[in-house]
Design a binder for this molecule. Structure first.
Ligand SMILES: [Zn+2]
Length: 260
């Protein structure tokens, strides 16, 4: 299946100030994550018969031009089953159809499979382009650095499961929402899993050493200067604490943590 990427500049908070939109197939084609209108994306859309518009999740830096391209192409706009209210709020667009993880959408003689991929956002899905093809993974993975998984929007337990699921699928490439294509998915997913387990160990150690408040745990779990990203780090630590609490490794009340 033909897969084309188009980096578009977005005005909302996004890593690097750009988001990758994708076109899967040509005639018919799926437009994924139309984050903003852009000349290059306009051209790609005009060259194809766009029959469907999908989003990986409904964060503002992924959905800014859903309504515009829906009107321009006349394509069917899809939302995740059970998340249509959230979709409508984020896009200003009424979904025509809904999909559930595990289902497929036929695209000529080929197909796109919808994969469950929660963690970064509760409604997050990924798209497998063709049988055993590359996976459009939205904000599940990036080639450099890591993605935000912060409570209450993010769910660390779900995120780790999603990373493992993607690793098991072992796609030839991962096509992320931000930054360059991931040519070595297995190595990148291993790196992201190691990053999470390392942070989790630090959070657990901080609590074992007597830290109880979010701020105390934050201070001990991060070595780097958090200027400018303190809110994201705080939400991340909260997500780790929620995961560890569910798994019975410590107790977290939402205010205070203590060892079990
Ligand atoms: Zn996002």
């Amino acid at each position: 299946m033909d897969v084309t990427s188009c980096s578009v500049p977005v005005s909302t908070r996004a890593p690097g100030g750009t988001t990758n939109s994708y076109l899967l197939g040509t005639d018919p084609a799926v437009l994924v994550d139309p984050a903003a209108g852009a000349d290059a994306l306009d051209r790609l859309v005009r060259e194809r018969d766009v029959a469907h518009v999908f989003v990986t999740h409904t964060h503002p830096d992924h959905v800014g031009a859903v309504a515009d391209y829906a009107v321009e192409t006349g394509a069917s706009v899809w939302a995740r089953t059970g998340r249509t209210d959230r979709f409508r709020e984020a896009t200003g667009c009424d979904p025509d159809r809904t999909f559930s993880p595990g289902s497929t959408v036929e695209l000529g003689t080929d197909r796109v499979r919808i994969l469950d991929a929660p963690g970064h956002a509760p409604d997050h899905v990924a798209f497998e382009a063709g049988r055993n093809g590359p996976i459009v993974c939205g904000d599940c993975a990036v080639r450099e650095g890591s993605v935000v998984v912060g409570a209450p929007e993010g769910d660390m337990r779900a995120y780790v499961t999603t990373l493992r699921r993607l690793r098991a699928l072992d796609p030839p490439r991962l096509l992320p929402g931000h930054g360059p294509v991931i040519e070595t998915p297995r190595a990148t997913l291993e790196r992201l899993l190691a990053h999470r387990s390392d942070r989790e160990r630090r959070v657990l150690e901080a609590v074992d050493d007597g830290a109880t408040s979010l701020e105390e745990i934050l201070e001990r779990a991060y070595e780097k200067d958090l200027t400018g990203v303190r809110d994201l780090a705080r939400a991340t630590v909260r997500a780790h604490l929620e995961k560890l609490d569910v798994e019975g490794q410590l107790a977290w009340t939402g205010e205070r943590a203590h060892s079990d």
